[in-house]
Design a protein around this ligand. Structure first.
Ligand SMILES: [Fe+2]
Length: 363
């Protein structure tokens, strides 16, 4: 997060490219939301880029409530601010530098047809994972494949064996830009997900060293075994620190809904890197989009489901990208041992070849 007020013209070019992908048109009304002095260089560069495309862009700045716990989902400075919400619902696009995900306000904007774009990564991550139309096509194809599926089975050689019955909730895709009315997306991203029918998840998840607790930007160092019954985690076992960390952190919310199984899906962005947290020198400035998006991860999660139309709005959300898993939909292989193998989605597929060679991809 930077606070410089100077306009970085490279950043303007980057956002110009992104806003073109978002199909920003002349005369469109675009609000850029930020809190306090956060992301002021992004605000200036986004306004500049939007103006270059002929849009009417303006900045909405609010104060962040410092008493709110960091990392808590769905609680933000716009909560209950109806006048502001009415105004934002009349915009064509809202660029969110605050964090509206899992909130009633964001859903209302989307229902009103507003395109919403979340940005929370520093420039080097935006550049490295910059979305392309090819990525969007691959992710959308994955969404089409996931929509009719009714049974998801996830396994691993380490003992994960869990089933999700599907059909009650919609399927969502994130490919890094928002180009249709009412679409929310995250710049950058690259994955697809849905939510199981209420109560219809059963089995065991074995988290392994190298899987990621994104809430802590931390790689697991030891095994954690989660028992899942009727859509909730009923046991967290493991002798290492990770099991303890997970158990005590989640218990701290004092909310049984934190243990509900949340969204499930897989990563498709070949420009994202699972080892990114380990390699970066800027960890404190970065969010988790590399971790959520890397190609072939199975993104397991716990907590809220309001994003997909459910009623669980617990403030405890755990996203846990897992490596080395296999995932089938109605018996059809999608991911095998951490590699996307479905012919229309994999690097060998003729439809959407990835931008970079995966030959040196770390396993
Ligand atoms: Fe999540």
């Amino acid at each position: 997060m930077t606070t410089s007020s100077a306009v970085d013209f490279d950043l303007v070019e980057l956002f110009l490219e992104e806003l073109r992908l978002c199909k920003v048109q002349e005369g469109e009304r675009i609000a850029v939301l930020n809190a306090g002095t956060e992301w002021t260089d992004y605000v200036q560069a986004l306004l500049k880029a939007a103006h270059r495309l002929g849009a009417q862009a303006f900045n909405v700045n609010v104060q962040r409530d410092q008493s709110l716990q960091t990392g808590v989902q769905g609680r933000h400075p716009f909560t209950g601010h109806d006048l502001l919400l009415d105004m934002l619902k009349r915009c064509d696009m809202v660029i969110d530098l605050v964090g509206l995900l899992f909130s009633r306000e964001q859903l209302e904007m989307q229902k009103a047809g507003v395109r919403v774009l979340r940005i929370m990564e520093p420039p080097h991550v935006l550049r490295a994972m910059f979305p392309t139309p090819e990525l969007a096509k691959r992710v959308e194809r994955a969404r089409e494949i996931l929509i009719p599926a009714r049974h998801m089975h996830i396994t691993s050689r380490y003992g994960t064996d869990i089933t999700y019955e599907l059909g009650q909730y919609p399927v969502m895709s994130e490919y890094g830009f928002t180009d249709e009315p009412g679409r929310w997306d995250n710049f950058p991203s690259g994955f697809v997900f849905t939510q199981a029918t209420d109560g219809a998840v059963n089995g065991t998840v074995v988290l392994r060293a190298g899987d990621i607790l994104t809430a802590f930007k931390r790689y697991l160092q030891s095994d954690v075994v989660l028992t899942v019954e009727r859509g909730s985690v009923t046991k967290i076992e493991g002798s290492g620190m990770d099991a303890d960390l997970l158990r005590t952190y989640m218990a701290g919310f004092d909310d049984n809904r934190a243990y509900a199984i949340s969204h499930i899906g897989w990563g498709l962005n070949d420009a994202a890197r699972w080892y990114h947290f380990e390699a970066t020198r800027h960890l404190h400035q970065e969010h988790v989009m590399n971790a959520l998006s890397f190609y072939g991860n199975v993104l397991f999660s716990l907590g809220p489901n309001v994003e997909l139309g459910g009623d669980n709005d617990t403030a405890c959300h755990m996203d846990i990208p897992m490596r080395g898993c296999s995932l089938t939909l109605d018996g059809v292989e999608i991911v095998r041992d951490g590699d996307v193998v479905h012919p229309e989605l994999s690097e060998k597929g003729a439809v959407n070849p990835p931008r970079t060679s995966l030959s040196n991809w770390p396993r």
